[in-house]
Design a protein around this ligand. Structure first.
Ligand SMILES: [Zn+2]
Length: 402
């Protein structure tokens, strides 16, 4: 306690980004794939253009990070106002700084080091980002989406450095609860304006167990006011502590849905732990289950939904082989419950259309497989049962007219 204000020392933005985005590899085939689709400066706003046949296909997106789905133009305007453009002197240079263009770990991490300080603690901007996400999703043909974020990472934590260069949370500025309210405001307005159905998931962060209880409390307080569940993101090397386990149990007791990032770069065992100990109904990524036949079988037999993010899996090094040998193909062949998602379009310049196009081109997915995947994603979403049933009906009706 200092001067009546509570100060809690937490990590710097750099380490926060490092925690979420530890990347250990890159395959150039994805960059050449993206570059072939575009001419001139690629931005989040024009990524994916020219793929109209897939744009009209109704889609469900269950795995997208709000802070990884910000328009470049919005970031650029805010960065200029705040003097946070770094070495960029123009919009194209700024886009180059933000996006993953070099295909190495340092370039990926530096993107998030730039994004978080621009948006953290800025109520108006956070609402705007949530609002614009609704428009962007609607434009990509998304009928329903669940956007996730860490309320702590977007609070004032990253805007007020203390004298030792660490960041602090000042309770009188923008708290994690304020962040949730700002996001909800943007999502509600955006959904109404752009005729799309969007909900949110609040993220616990694996290396930050001190956030977890509050994440569950906030999810409960705002349940059905856009919030439908909780997630755990972050470096899988960090242990899943008792605080996380207790928080997930409490979430289950409170009727919150649960998904967990697991088996992305971490071992298959993390997936088993997420399902059996954390009560995960869905798994974010889960590619590494191919390393363990028992866990592979468990996920298939229980029909647990895997939120696949193909482009992201290449950039993270989660999938090191050729795109045409991607594990998604085996999942599809073996009748898994899978869906396709974008993860972090600000960095990856992908859209739901481009992911579907990639799945068509490299995984040989047929239109009918993609429709089934979309219906499986809808069945696995965290909406209340009645709303889920009408979502599935709405999708089926749309598919029937195609
Ligand atoms: Zn993710």
């Amino acid at each position: 306690m200092a001067g009546g204000i509570n100060f809690r020392v937490i990590m710097s933005p750099l380490s926060a980004a490092a925690i979420r985005y530890r990347k250990n590899g890159f395959a150039m085939n994805i960059m050449s794939y993206i570059c072939r689709r575009h001419h001139g400066t690629i931005t989040k706003e024009n990524a994916g253009t020219g793929l109209s046949p897939l744009r009209s296909l109704p889609k469900v997106q269950l795995h997208i990070h709000l802070d990884g789905a910000v328009r470049h133009s919005t970031l650029w305007q805010a960065a200029r106002k705040k003097g946070l453009c770094g070495p960029a002197n123009s919009f194209p240079e700024f886009v180059d700084l933000i996006r993953c263009s070099k295909g190495d770990l340092a370039s990926f991490l530096s993107s998030f080091d730039r994004i978080l300080p621009i948006i953290a603690g800025d109520r108006e901007l956070i609402s705007q980002i949530a609002y614009e996400l609704c428009e962007d999703q609607a434009k990509e043909g998304v009928v329903y989406f669940e956007a996730r974020y860490s309320p702590h990472f977007m609070s004032s934590s990253f805007t007020t450095p203390n004298s030792r260069g660490k960041s602090v949370i000042r309770d009188d500025i923008m708290t994690p609860r304020d962040v949730v309210m700002a996001v909800n405001d943007g999502i509600r307005k955006g959904c109404q304006e752009f005729k799309v159905n969007g909900r949110t998931i609040l993220c616990m962060i694996r290396p930050c167990p001190e956030f977890s209880h509050e994440v569950v409390e906030l999810s409960h307080e705002f349940l059905n006011d856009t919030v439908v569940g909780v997630d755990m993101a972050g470096d899988e090397d960090a242990p899943c502590t008792k605080q996380h386990i207790d928080a997930f149990r409490l979430a289950g007791d409170l009727g919150l849905h649960r998904t967990v990032h697991a088996g992305e770069l971490g071992p298959a065992e993390n997936v088993r732990f997420a399902v059996e100990q954390l009560g995960a109904e869905r798994i974010g990524h889960g590619y590494q289950i191919c390393q363990d036949p028992d866990i592979y079988k468990m996920i298939r037999d229980r029909f647990i939904h895997l939120e696949l993010c193909p482009t992201s899996s290449i950039y993270t090094g989660a999938w090191k082989g050729k795109l045409s040998d991607h594990i998604a193909k085996r999942f599809a062949k073996d009748g898994f419950n899978i869906g396709i998602n974008t993860d972090d379009p600000t960095l990856l310049l992908n859209t739901m259309e481009s992911e579907f196009q990639l799945a068509k081109t490299y995984f040989d997915f047929t239109d009918s497989q993609m429709k089934n995947m979309t219906l499986n994603a809808a069945q696995s979403c965290f909406l209340p049962d009645k709303e889920k049933t009408s979502l599935v009906k709405e999708l089926q009706a749309k598919f029937d007219t195609l």
